[in-house]
Design a binder for this molecule. Structure first.
Ligand SMILES: [Zn+2]
Length: 364
């Protein structure tokens, strides 16, 4: 196995290449990010405030570090009237639930829970695991739909996301959030009708292009990633700020890293490691090396301590939750990676190519 000499990513990562010095193509193609500027962010916020809607912005809140920090910025730094929302994916850790409760109490923001039919949700997770080994994509699909629906229902001029420029390249490269791919995998699932699947997706015909049009014509608020506009604290500093200001607490269980808000995270990471030979942790730690947040030696140490090759401590609990047995797991870990990529939406692919052309013309 080849491992990058700069970060810790290995050659199991789809499409990765290594140069003569042993550096991976993610490291060599990386550019330093320059924030767009706080003045532009303030202008966006002032425009939203001038609309005098009941709420200036929607903040999706998971109880994790990034979304709690965005709620802090929106309410305490920029004084926006915020509607916070959380999609109940049925997998929240108690720590995350407590963090959400404290953050809402402290900020006084209105908070809504979006809930789906839990029986349908469980069947979706079980089937996605059996066929693809992944449930994160199906959770993302419902989460994104509920965010867009809530923004539309409450007519919030803005939707604020916690995505950070420091996190770029720390995600997995397959199209797990694609609805066409999802529908293809779900088709024919025992006990689930087409109506059930559409109910789960919330906006069944959603694709990148019609979502773009809805935003363009003001049906959905503007999506903004504030961390792209301002100088950001490091991951550690961000944790210190929200601990102090928002009563935020970190889970001490080392199974739970960046996504400790989800009890299935160590399990999904373990399965991904078995199927792909790499997983989210290695992407995240590699990215932290690239941004200078930790040294390569430290990343290796953290990665080894995660024991990604071993069953997580709540393995049996998760198996019970998804109604899976040991023989199901034997089949799941033998699944082929990237086998559904050709079933992704043609409209999404076309739209993505348009976005790339636009970026090229603008020199981004
Ligand atoms: Zn690298």
């Amino acid at each position: 196995m080849t491992v990058c000499s700069k970060c810790i990513i290995n050659d199991n990562y789809p499409g990765i290449k290594f140069n003569d010095e042993g550096e991976c193509s993610i490291c060599t193609s990386r550019r330093t990010f320059k924030p767009f500027g706080e003045a532009k962010l303030i202008e966006i916020f002032n425009n939203a405030k001038a609309k005098n809607s009941e709420f200036d912005a929607l903040v999706p809140l998971s109880g994790g570090k990034d979304s709690t920090y965005i709620l802090y910025l929106a309410t305490k730094v920029y004084n926006l009237r915020v509607l916070a929302m959380t999609y109940d994916n049925g997998l929240f850790s108690q720590t995350a639930l407590d963090n959400i409760k404290r953050a809402i109490e402290i900020t006084g923001a209105k908070h809504v829970w979006c809930k789906t039919d839990h029986e349908i949700q469980k069947k979706v997770y079980r089937n996605m695991l059996l066929k693809s080994g992944d449930i994160c994509g199906s959770c993302d699909i419902a989460t994104i739909s509920y965010i867009l629906k809530t923004a539309q229902d409450y007519k919030t001029p803005l939707i604020l996301y916690g995505t950070s420029p420091l996190e770029e390249d720390s995600f997995v490269p397959d199209s797990i959030q694609d609805i066409s791919r999802f529908k293809y995998i779900m088709n024919g699932t025992p006990g689930l009708t087409k109506e059930d699947i559409n109910k789960y997706i919330v906006i069944p015909n959603r694709n990148d292009f019609n979502t773009f049009l809805k935003k363009k014509f003001g049906k959905i608020g503007q999506e903004v990633r504030p961390l792209f506009y301002i100088e950001n604290p490091s991951d550690k500093e961000m944790g210190e700020i929200i601990s102090r200001e928002m009563g935020w607490k970190e889970d001490s269980n080392k199974d739970f890293t960046k996504h400790f808000d989800c009890i299935a995270e160590p399990f999904t990471n373990f399965v991904r490691h078995k199927i792909y030979g790499y997983e989210r942790h290695i992407c995240q730690y590699s990215n932290m090396v690239r941004t200078g947040e930790v040294s390569r030696d430290k990343a290796v140490e953290m990665y080894n301590a995660d024991l990604v090759d071993e069953k997580p401590s709540n393995y049996n609990e998760i198996l019970n939750l998804f109604n899976l047995c040991d023989s199901d797991m034997e089949n799941i870990v033998r699944l082929k990676p990237l086998q559904y990529e050709k079933y992704t939406s043609k409209i999404n692919k076309f739209f993505l190519s348009l976005v790339r052309i636009k970026q090229k013309i603008r020199g981004i």
